[in-house]
Design a binder for this molecule. Structure first.
Ligand code: GLC
Length: 541
């Protein structure tokens, strides 16, 4: 039997508003993506994952969905989505779309209906509407906080001014992202329909947003500990056992379709064993390995995380995924360029430590070769293949991430990793749009990293990714098995089939074994020594 594609696929994340703008309004769109799909074929990835492009007031860049079955006019229309899927398939690229089931937009028709309905009504039952505490209900129902800052509850007349002040609604994220009530059968049924709609249109799978938060603990009890989502913490709002019923139900739907459709979980949970529960044979297929993304630049830590995540996944028969970047975290070049490399994934502003992007790029390239040498599936976030750094000096007045506003301007948020792509160095907006329009400006450093500066250039980061992807495919590394090799404390070393992968993490130079062939390296190797902060792929047999 052919191996299911999602077991070893390299999946490229497209952030639609920042990929390619075909209209000149400064926002990327679906036709822009279609035009650039051959670029992804050339790079050699197997699939794309698109962040949300559904109808949305864009309070959280589209993760606030007003209608799951409609494309937002900013990005195009449904025919564009269909064309994108067809064109991708012609190019032998699979398509994964984002599904945002934890919350809708407050502009979703359900929420609007709920606001003008009575407490206890079926309209309110689709969300978490709860009476306030205190004599006049003037205190929120519990002490939960929003991930973006401030309380996780809003008293309803704040939203619509009806004067009915008895109830509050829950929003783990922005005030414009009310949480759905997943104990409600109508909610479950609606998402069955949403899945079917996109599956019928031909998508190959879904990335499930905040997959660990749909079900909340009974009674919504207070929680005094930290609850920052991207740190994989516990609490009554995260990782409740009841959530697995939802994924069993979805798995049955996907299994009705041909072509190995798949589900990937975005779940920041406490440990690899909890994550693997989402990957049991009758649930999801894969999950983002955020332990790997969050690993400090430290060889022992990498060894530990690679081993423990693979062991947990193997126990349920699932492949492990590898990821260094996405639209929520500091880009790896800048993360690895911090004084304590990899210590934080929070966005940076002008007042923060400015990373050493040269050192960071060296490490990010080494990390990429380590990642792409591992068995399993891997993710590449747009611009990662160019070695783009974070925009760390974005003017505050341009920021759009709700984190910035809801944190009272104390956390700069994620705009710096969402900057428009750099295609052609000499074109306006670096080729992102036809007329130079762009929703956020690219930093100066992006010009020399643009695609047209790197394709075909020996030693460029783009060529490193392209070569690694080609070799990975040729040697079936994604389907291989890992065997640890003992080289030195500071070296992550393993064999995957015929390839030995070595990554020197902050160590002194190490001699390569005699008689082996260097297939690929993240920095030039000329004296038979692997320098610090570098990776190499060797052929050992
Ligand atoms: C996920 C998304 C993030 C979004 C949040 C709320 O973490 O990746 O961008 O803000 O969910 O939907």
């Amino acid at each position: 039997m052919a191996v299911e594609w999602w077991r070893d696929a390299v999946i490229y994340q497209i952030y639609p508003r920042s990929f390619a703008d075909s209209t000149g309004d400064g926002y990327g769109d679906l036709p822009g993506i279609v035009e650039r799909l051959p670029y992804l074929r050339q790079l050699g990835v197997d699939a794309v994952w698109l962040s949300p492009f559904y109808l949305s007031p864009m309070a959280d860049a589209g993760y606030d969905v007003a209608d799951y079955l409609t494309v937002d006019p900013l990005f195009g229309d449904l025919a564009d989505a269909q064309r994108l899927i067809e064109r991708a398939h012609e190019l032998d690229l699979r398509v994964i779309v984002d599904l945002v089931p934890n919350h809708t937009s407050d502009e979703h028709k359900w929420f609007r209906q709920a606001l003008v309905s009575e407490p206890g009504s079926v309209e309110r039952a689709r969300y978490h509407f709860v009476d306030g505490r205190g004599e006049g209900g003037e205190l929120p129902p519990n002490n939960w906080k929003s991930i973006f800052g401030g309380p996780a509850w809003t008293r309803i007349d704040d939203a619509d001014g009806t004067g009915d002040r008895t109830q509050w609604y829950l929003h783990l994220f922005d005030v414009k992202q009310p949480d759905l009530n997943w104990d409600n059968e109508e909610v479950r049924q609606h998402f069955d329909d949403v899945l079917r709609f996109w599956l019928d249109l031909g998508v190959d799978g879904f990335r499930v947003d905040v997959a660990h938060s749909l079900v909340k603990a009974d009674g919504l009890p207070d929680w005094d500990e930290e609850q920052a989502m991207l740190d994989g913490l516990v609490g009554p709002m995260w990782d409740q056992d009841g959530v697995h019923d939802v994924y069993r139900r979805w798995r049955k739907i996907l299994d009705e379709y041909d072509g190995d459709r798949s589900l990937v979980a975005e779940a920041w949970v406490a440990d690899p064993e909890r994550l693997a529960l989402y990957l049991r044979p009758d649930e999801m297929h894969t999950a983002f390995n955020f332990e790997f993304l969050d690993c400090r630049w430290d060889a022992a830590e990498y060894r530990e995380i690679i081993a423990s995540t693979m062991a947990a996944d193997e126990a349920v028969g699932a492949p492990t995924t590898w990821v260094l970047n996405n639209h929520d975290v500091l880009r790896s070049v800048s993360r690895f360029g911090l004084t304590d490399p990899g210590s934080s994934h929070e966005g940076l502003g002008s007042e923060d430590e400015q990373p050493d992007n040269e050192a960071g790029l060296r490490r990010a390239r080494a990390a990429a070769l380590m990642m792409l040498g591992l068995p399993g599936s891997a993710y590449v976030y747009q611009g990662e293949e160019l070695g783009l750094p974070e925009h760390t000096t974005l003017p505050d007045e341009l920021r759009q991430d709700p984190t910035w506003f809801r944190s009272g301007f104390t956390r700069v948020g994620r705009d710096g990793c969402r900057i428009p792509m750099a295609w052609e160095a000499a074109e306006p907006a670096l080729g992102f749009s036809p007329n130079g329009a762009r929703w956020l400006p690219q930093p100066d450093a992006y010009a020399e990293l643009a695609v047209d500066q790197q394709v075909g250039e020996d030693g460029s980061t783009w060529e490193l990714y392209r070569s690694a992807l080609a070799l990975r495919k040729e040697l079936a590394l994604g389907r291989g098995t890992l065997e640890w090799v003992d080289v030195a404390d500071d070296v992550v070393a393993f064999d995957n089939g015929p390839v030995r992968v070595l990554t020197n993490v902050l160590g002194s130079p190490v001699a390569l074994p005699e008689g082996c062939e260097v297939l690929l390296s993240s920095t030039p190797i000329d004296d038979g020594m692997l320098p610090t902060d570098a990776s190499v792929w060797l052929r050992t047999s």
